[in-house]
Design a protein around this ligand. Structure first.
Ligand SMILES: [Zn+2]
Length: 299
């Protein structure tokens, strides 16, 4: 069985550095999530929302209304999207004390917003080629905070894209055998669109591996339509995952970017239809984790 996990890095707080301001063409995170959630409900398609604590705090009632639904898992995307380790395309990592705060406070905000729901998953900002391998203190804090899994591997070799279909693993080598790692796959869709229209991050400009991992995932020119996004990312992922019979496949999606490029969420419509047609099993990270490891403990 190959699972399909729709997952969203739910981020971007208006008016903060590096995020949209009044002149930013991207819709608000909430506005984009309205359309995303509607598409999920129409297809009865589960999803995991990794949400930034500050973004959740800023629109608490809206996110409760949208996401407090058994169809959705609510996980953490840190408190304010700071870098937990150095990354070639980002600012330097924050201090150890701030790393701890990103982890603990990020989870506390989700737990307070959605009492009775278990927040067991954490995805760090940017993600890394080798995730959080070797980051023992960070891993310790994640376990202390009550996370059962991390999803932090989202790049190919040398920080290329698309990210390969890496399978689930754990942090046993670092002494945390009970902490699972679920890599994510394909394009960071916002990066795929970075040359397509204003409003996107345009650095870095060198991203492709040679020879390409999946030649069919490399568009000959910047994409401009939802159909092209489907063709060069989610269709490739579904086809490759099915052919390689992997346990799961999960694209890397961002509400603000999906809303900017394709406000009607046609790409999601095409993807969800194709997932069903090809016989993949839609699920969430939490549900997969329970299937693989039994019920997660969560403090
Ligand atoms: Zn992010």
């Amino acid at each position: 069985m190959t699972r399909f996990i729709a997952a969203y890095d739910t981020e971007r707080l208006p008016g903060t550095p590096g995020t949209p301001c009044a002149s930013d063409p991207a819709p608000s995170c909430v506005q984009a999530c309205e359309a995303i959630v509607a598409m999920h409900r129409r297809h009865r398609m589960p999803a995991t929302f990794f949400i930034v604590g500050q973004v959740l705090e800023a629109s608490l009632d809206d996110f409760r209304r949208l996401l407090d639904d058994p169809l959705f898992e609510i996980a953490s995307h840190s408190y304010s999207h700071q870098l937990l380790r150095n990354h070639p395309f980002g600012p330097p990592a924050v201090s150890p004390q701030e790393i701890r705060e990103q982890i603990h406070r990020g989870k506390e905000v989700v737990d307070r917003a959605f009492p009775g729901r278990q927040c067991i998953g954490f995805r760090p900002a940017y993600s890394f080629v080798d995730g959080l391998c070797g980051q023992k203190q960070t891993l310790q804090w994640l376990v202390e905070a009550g996370f059962a899994y991390v999803s932090s591997m989202a790049w190919g070799p040398d920080y290329t894209l698309p990210a390969p279909l890496r399978p689930a693993t754990s942090y046993a080598d670092d002494g945390f055998a009970d902490l699972a790692e679920y890599p994510c796959h394909g394009w960071h869709e916002n990066v795929l669109k970075s040359m397509s229209k204003p409003g996107y991050w345009t650095e870095p400009r060198r991203l492709l591996a040679y020879p390409p991992l999946w030649p069919e995932a490399i568009p000959p020119k910047p994409i401009t339509t939802a159909a092209e996004e489907f063709r060069y990312n989610s269709k490739v992922l579904v086809d490759r995952a099915k052919a390689e019979q992997v346990d799961y496949v999960t694209p890397i999606w961002h509400p603000w970017s999906l809303g900017l490029f394709d406000p009607a969420m046609e790409m999601l419509d095409l993807t969800f239809r194709y997932v069903r047609e090809q016989g993949l099993t839609p699920t969430t990270f939490a549900e997969m984790h329970t299937q693989l490891h039994g019920a997660a403990s969560c403090r």
